[in-house]
Structure formats: structure tokens, C-alpha cells
Design a protein around this ligand. Structure first.
Ligand code: AMP
Length: 193
């Protein structure tokens, strides 16, 4: 794993502990020599995490659509900034550049981005580790929903187990580094088709 894509909230109004966790992860990624790939903004947890990585001497690659350059205030000091045409291109390029994905606490954008990479993993389109930082139980309801989807047979246990969930950034990175993708069952077996 050389480059890790981090999805996280853009809101500037969250409790400071979320910002502190984003900074902790940002510093840790720099210390571990991992390049950060993210949405390129200067606001919210996104900005806090990027800033911490850069201050620790790490590399940060931002990917932002033209329409959001002003609204999310593109970070001016990144190692690289890719300005793309659409949200779809943003997600595709972030996914292509990264060897693994982390969801920090965030809103709908974070959720959408993370669920998309999980969906691609479930379909066998990539084998990259997908980690979720469940800081102070922020994602507890979503995790319960995933388990509900498994018990209702909309989500297979094998695919559920590819979501790596930890409360601590260090532990999460450790699990991502040692992640070995299992042999996923075919989504629909010939007998079920
Ligand atoms: P949020 O978690 O809603 O604060 O958003 C975090 C990041 O996700 C921001 O950079 C948003 O621009 C981005 N985002 C929001 N909606 C989408 C979407 N549908 N597809 C891709 N990125 C999105």
C-alpha cells in the first residue's frame, strides 16, 4: 500500500474531536510514508487531515471538480491538485490513484464515496482494503444497518467482512496493510440464476 484515499466530511461545524482525529490520521499517514489521496478541499475534516499530513512532511494529492473549486475552497498547497470535470470523474480518479480507502466521519458525500468503493469491491472490480474509522461510535448505526442487511440476505457475510472497522487510526492502518482479499463468492451462482 503506497497511496491511501481518505473520504471525510467537509462540514466546518463539527465537534473538535472529529477534527483532531482527522489530524491524527493525517500525521500517521505521513509518518508511515503513505501518500494521501482526497477530495482536495481546504474545509472541514478534509482540510484538517490534508494540513496535518503536509505539516508532517507527507504527500497529498487532491482531486476536485471545477464546480467545487470555489465552493469547497481548493487547498492551495497540495503536492498535486487534479481539477476534473465532474463528481464522477473525481471518484473514478481517486479510486484509480489509491491502493486502499478510509472513511473518516462525514456526511452524505463521504457515505456515497465509501459505499461506491465497497460496491466495486463486492463486484470484484478491485481488491483494495476498505477501512472505516468508527470514531466514538459515529458509524454505529450504519454498522448495525450493514448487519441487518446481512441478516435479511441483501448483503453476504463474506462481503460484510471486507469492511475493516476500527476506532483507532493506527489499528485500522495495521489491518489494512495485512488485508488479504478472500475468494468472494460469485454474486449469483449458476443454480440461482
Ligand atoms: P460530506 O461528507 O457530505 O461533507 O462530503 C465530503 C466530500 O464528498 C465533499 O468533497 C463533497 O463534495 C463530496 N461529495 C458530496 N456528494 C458527492 C457525490 N455524490 N459524489 C462524490 N463526491 C461527493
Amino acid at each position: 500500500m503506497r497511496r491511501v484515499c481518505v473520504f471525510c466530511g467537509s462540514s466546518p461545524r463539527t465537534d473538535p474531536r472529529y477534527r483532531q482525529a482527522a489530524e491524527r490520521l493525517g500525521r500517521l499517514l505521513a509518518e508511515e510514508g503513505l501518500t494521501v489521496v482526497y477530495g482536495g478541499a481546504r474545509i472541514g475534516l478534509m482540510g484538517a487531515m490534508a494540513e496535518a499530513t503536509l505539516q508532517q512532511g507527507g504527500k497529498v494529492i487532491g482531486v476536485i471538480p471545477q464546480a467545487l473549486v470555489d465552493r469547497e475552497i481548493a487547498h492551495p498547497d497540495l503536492t498535486e491538485l487534479h481539477i476534473v470535470k465532474s463528481m464522477h470523474q473525481r471518484k473514478a480518479l481517486m479510486a484509480e490513484l489509491a491502493d486502499g480507502f478510509i472513511a473518516l466521519p462525514g456526511g452524505l458525500g463521504t457515505l456515497e464515496e465509501f459505499c461506491e468503493v465497497l460496491t466495486w469491491a463486492q463486484l470484484g472490480m478491485h481488491q483494495k482494503p476498505c477501512g472505516m474509522l468508527n470514531l466514538d461510535g459515529y458509524y454505529q448505526h450504519l454498522i448495525e444497518f450493514f448487519d441487518h442487511a446481512v441478516s435479511e440476505c441483501f448483503f453476504s457475510p463474506e462481503n460484510r467482512s471486507m469492511i475493516l472497522i476500527e476506532q483507532e487510526p493506527g489499528l485500522l492502518l495495521q489491518r489494512m496493510r495485512s488485508y488479504r482479499p478472500g475468494q468472494m463468492e460469485k454474486w449469483i451462482t449458476p443454480a440461482e440464476a
